[in-house]
Ligand binder design. Sequence first.
Ligand code: HEC
Ligand code: HEC
Ligand code: HEC
Ligand code: HEC
Ligand code: HEC
Length: 215
Amino acid sequence: MQIFPKWTNNFPGIFLIGAFLLVFSLSAFIWYYGSPYYTDVGYAPKQPVPYSHKLHAGDLGIDCRYCHVGVEQGYSAVIPPTETCMGCHTYVKTDSDKLELVRQSWETGMPIEWVKVHMLPEYAYFNHSVHVNDGVACITCHGNIAEMEVVYQAEPLSMDWCLDCHRSDSPEVRPVSEVTNMYWTPPADYDKFIASWMVNHAEERPVGDCQKCHR
Ligand code: HEC
Ligand code: HEC
Ligand code: HEC
Ligand code: HEC
Ligand code: HEC
C-alpha cells in the first residue's frame, strides 16, 4: 500500500516552481518599489499621538485648510500647533488617554514631535501655494488622506514623477475651489476645462530650467 498518493511524486517540481515564482515576484516588487522612481512610497512612520485623518478630515469633515493653514500662502503646508487641537479637545474627549500627550504639550508649551512623512531632499525646492492655487489637488500628490488612519506616502515625489505632470498635455488639475475635496469627479466637459487651463498655465511648469527646482 502506498502511503503517499502518486501525484506527490511531483512535489519537488511543484516546490521549485513555487520557489521560482516567489523569488520572481519578490525581485519584481523590489525592482518596482525600490527603483529611484518609487522610493519611499508606503512610508508611514508611527506618530506620538494616534491622530486620525480618517476621523477628523473624513468622518468629521474638517477641511484640510483648518489645520494646514499654509497651503494657499507659502511653500510649507504647516503642521498645526497644539492650540488647534485644544480648540476642540478642551471640550471633547477631555479624559481620553489617547490625548494625554496633547494635554501635556498644552500645559508645558512644548510642541508635539510629529514625525515627518513626506520629505524632499534639501537640494529640491517645492512650494505648496503655487500648485494649490493653480488647481493641483492634495489628493493628486498625497492620496486620499481623508481615509487614512495613519498618513503614508502615496506618491513617489521623485524628480521624474514631478516632471511627468509638468510635461503633460492633460495634467491632473481641477477648479481651485475643489483642491481639498477628496471625492471630486471630473464633469462631462472636463476636456474643455483642461484645454483652457493649458492656454493659461502650460508654460509655468518648469521642466528644463533646473534652477527653478534646484536653487
Ligand atoms: C484637525 C487637524 C487636521 C486636519 C483637518 C487635517 N490634518 Fe493633515 N495633519 C494634521 C497633523 C496633526 C499632522 C501630523 C501628524 C500626522 O502625520 O498624522 C498631519 C499630517 C498631514 C500630512 C503629512 C505631513 C508630513 O509629515 O509629510 C499630510 C500630507 C496631510 N496631513 C494632509 C492633509 C489633508 C490632505 C487634509 C484634508 C483632507 C488634512 N491633512 C486634514 C492635522 C490635520
Ligand atoms: C473641530 C474639532 C476637532 C479638532 C480641531 C481636533 N479634534 Fe480630535 N476629535 C474631535 C472629536 C469630535 C473626536 C471624537 C470623536 C468620537 O466621538 O469618537 C476627536 C477624537 C480624537 C482622538 C481620539 C480620542 C479617543 O479617545 O478616541 C484623538 C487622539 C484626537 N482627536 C486628536 C486630535 C489632535 C492631535 C488634534 C490636533 C491636530 C485634534 N484632535 C483636533 C474633534 C476635533
Ligand atoms: C504638487 C504636489 C503637492 C500638492 C498638490 C500638495 N502637496 Fe503637500 N507636499 C508635497 C511635497 C513634495 C511635500 C514635501 C515637501 C518638502 O519636504 O519640502 C509635501 C508636504 C506636505 C505636508 C508636510 C508639511 C510641509 O509643508 O512640508 C503637509 C501637511 C501637506 N503637504 C499637506 C498638503 C495639503 C493639505 C494639500 C492640499 C491643500 C497639499 N499638501 C497639496 C506635495 C504636494
Ligand atoms: C499634478 C501636477 C503637478 C505635479 C505632480 C507637480 N507640479 Fe509643479 N507645477 C504644476 C503646475 C500646474 C505649476 C504652475 C504653477 C503656477 O506657477 O501657477 C507648477 C509649477 C512648479 C514650479 C514653478 C513655480 C515655483 O514654485 O517657482 C516649481 C518649482 C514646481 N512646480 C516644482 C514641483 C516639484 C518639485 C514637484 C514634485 C515634488 C512638482 N512640482 C510636482 C503642477 C504639478
Ligand atoms: C519640477 C522640478 C524639477 C526640475 C525642473 C528639475 N528637478 Fe532635479 N530633482 C527634483 C526633485 C524633487 C528631486 C529629488 C528627488 C528625490 O527625492 O529623490 C530631484 C533630484 C535631482 C538629482 C538627484 C538624483 C536624482 O535623480 O534623484 C539630480 C542630479 C537632478 N535632480 C538634476 C536636475 C537637472 C540637471 C535638471 C535640469 C535639466 C533638473 N534636475 C530639473 C526636481 C526637479
